[in-house]
Design a protein around this ligand. Structure first.
Ligand code: RB5
Length: 152
């Protein structure tokens, strides 16, 4: 189990260029050891559920604490990541949704649509996501109820 913050990133082909830009940004900001690029390694066509699984599993295993997933809209890759028990993957479009995903929903993964948000908005919202802490309190019970639905 890592103690220092590690961020895992993954995408499909539509999200590849934005992933590359965010990997570079986060390596500069946090250092190489804090960034886990789980692919794909090129813009060749791939299936987003494969990379959603890799990032979700890295978080479940403790190899990373937070993640970033990118596809064309962010929709498919967020739906896929949320199939993993215990994972909360939030599709965000701006700094406000990114902050609230951490503060109220304790999301571990922020999902982005590379065909929806530009690189600067994506960079700002990922920085906001990483900076925000879960508020706990009344939100903790709600998050527990989300996961109670997994076994219902
Ligand atoms: C790929 O064309 C596209 O369907 C995918 O990136 C994503 O937007 C799915 O939700």
């Amino acid at each position: 189990m890592s103690t220092a913050l590690v961020v895992a990133l993954g995408s499909d082909h539509a999200g590849f260029n934005l992933k590359h830009a965010l990997v570079e940004h986060l390596r500069t900001r946090l250092g190489d050891a804090a960034v886990l690029d789980l692919g794909p390694p090129s813009a060749a066509r791939v299936d987003y559920p494969d990379f959603a699984g890799k990032v979700a599993d890295a978080i479940t295993a403790g190899a990373a604490q937070l993640g970033v997933l990118i596809c064309g809209t962010g929709i498919g890759i967020s739906i896929a990541a949320n199939k993993r028990p215990g994972i909360r993957a939030a599709l965000c479009h701006d700094v406000t949704t990114a902050r609230m995903a951490r503060a109220h929903n304790d999301a571990q993964i922020v999902c982005l649509g590379a065909r929806v948000v530009g690189e600067q908005v994506a960079t700002d919202l990922v920085d906001a996501f990483l900076a925000e802490a879960f508020e706990g309190g009344r939100h903790a019970g709600r998050v527990a109820k989300i996961h109670a639905l997994e076994g219902a």
